[in-house]
Write a new protein. Structure first.
Lengths: 113, 181
């Protein structure tokens, strides 16, 4: 009997404690609070990000190098073997591929992505 | 910011137990949120971020108070005592006074809990957050949140019961402690 009374008492107390916890305090927020916080925010400087275009630069350099290589190969045209011919074809193919890529196909694929 | 400021003020008030420096602390919360925004990846709600920051700011405030060797904030001082302004329409003066006293006792006992227990109780009961949200905000496993919640409530209940039995030996007063209002 006494135990039951004690348990009921503790349950009632628990319930009351929970009610007290659920009661949110009333707060008064100063009218200028938002403005004051906004005034203390650090100003972020905008910066212009310029694209580096490293890929394009590498392609242009490669074109120049390939043209020079083709000239050198052409200068040693006499008495060349299979290796010389294969090298010339490979260099030509690379040059054509780069030229096609730079001529506008690049933009097309980049926009697709 | 206006949308969340009341929540930040409420949470900080309950966590620190004082109105002292409340504006400054709330300001600190929003400034920290602003600084954290670049790393905010949208995985959690901004409110979860805000709760986490508010709990950290409250913990820093406790550390600052300890450093300054201030005495434990009395809940009945002029800067706190928010519960005294609670409206209780339709109640008589005695009931209102009892309710205020009980609220004071709860707030006083809250300040005796550990920081994490207090944070869990405030987020669960006052802010009505789920276990998952609290776990996310405090960086704790859900099981630990549950443990802190039950332990915190038990400590509160025991503290208040002890206070009641100390201060009120008569059966009538004891009944007031456990009455449902």
């Amino acid at each position: 009997m006494h135990e039951q009374r004690m348990r009921d008492g503790m349950d009632a107390l628990e319930e009351r404690v929970v009610r007290a916890l659920e009661r949110a305090p009333e707060v008064t927020i100063p009218a200028e609070f938002a403005a004051r916080v906004a005034g203390r925010l650090p100003v972020r400087r905008a910066f212009a990000a310029r694209p580096a275009r490293y890929g394009l630069m590498a392609m242009r350099t490669s074109v120049v190098v390939l043209v020079l290589a083709l000239v050198v190969v052409a200068m040693h045209a006499g008495g060349r073997g299979m290796f010389g011919i294969a090298l010339e074809w490979v260099l030509c193919a690379e040059l054509v591929a780069l030229a096609v890529w730079m001529s506008g196909v690049r933009e097309f694929f980049m926009h697709e992505a | 910011m206006r949308e969340h400021q009341a929540m930040v003020f409420r949470t900080l008030l309950r966590l620190t137990g004082s109105r002292e420096h409340l504006d400054d602390l709330a300001q600190d919360v929003f400034l920290r949120l602003y600084r954290a925004l670049p790393s905010f990846r949208g995985e959690a709600l901004v409110t979860t971020y805000l709760y986490r920051i508010a709990v950290n700011v409250a913990q820093d405030e406790w550390k600052r108070r300890r450093r300054e060797a201030q005495s434990l904030v009395s809940i009945s001082d002029e800067t706190s005592g928010w519960e005294e302004r609670l409206p209780h329409p339709g109640r008589n003066a005695e009931e209102q006074m009892e309710e205020r006293e009980f609220q004071l006792a709860v707030e006083e006992q809250m300040q005796r809990l550990s920081q994490v227990e207090r944070a869990v109780l405030v987020l669960y009961h006052q802010e009505e957050r789920t276990y998952e949200q609290i776990a996310l905000a405090l960086g704790l496993p859900i099981g630990t949140v549950r443990t802190h919640l039950h332990r915190g409530r038990r400590k509160l209940r025991e503290g208040i019961a002890a206070r009641c039995s100390e201060g009120a030996r008569t059966p009538v007063k004891e009944a007031r402690c456990t009455s449902n209002g």
